[in-house]
Design a protein. Structure first.
Length: 116
C-alpha cells in the first residue's frame, strides 16, 4: 500500500509558475512509476506526465510538453511537477499517481487555478 500526498497547488496568473510535490509513504517508492494527471471541471481525468523508477525516462502530454517538467527524488520519496508558462486551460485538480504492475495508487489531488 502506498499513500500519496500532493501539495503546491494554488492560484497563479497566466504565464506564471508553480511546483507541485507528491510525497509517498513506504519503502518501495523507488520501484514505482510515478505520474501526474489532472481533471478540469466537467472533463475526464487526463494524463499529464510520467517518470520511470530511475527518473531516466519521462513522457508528457502534448498540451504540456515544453512547459512542464516531471522529476523525482527517490531519497525523499517525492515526485515533482514544475509547471511554467501556465495557461488558463491548465486549471484543474492535479493528482499524483503511483504504479507497479497491476497496483495503482492515487493521491487526493491539489487544486491549480490559473486566472488573471
Amino acid at each position: 500500500q502506498v499513500q500519496l500526498v500532493e501539495s503546491g497547488g494554488g492560484l497563479v496568473q497566466p504565464g506564471g509558475s508553480l511546483r507541485l510535490s507528491c510525497v509517498a509513504s513506504g519503502r518501495t517508492f523507488s520501484r514505482y512509476v510515478m505520474g501526474w494527471f489532472r481533471q478540469a471541471p466537467g472533463k475526464e481525468r487526463e494524463f499529464v506526465a510520467t517518470i520511470s523508477w530511475s527518473g531516466g525516462i519521462t513522457s508528457y502530454a502534448d498540451s504540456v510538453k515544453g512547459r512542464f517538467t516531471i522529476s523525482r527524488d527517490n531519497a525523499k520519496n517525492t515526485v515533482y511537477l514544475q509547471m511554467n508558462s501556465l495557461k488558463l486551460e491548465d486549471t484543474a485538480v492535479y493528482y499524483c499517481n503511483a504504479g507497479l504492475g497491476s497496483s495503482v495508487f492515487w493521491g487526493q489531488g491539489t487544486q491549480v487555478t490559473v486566472s488573471s
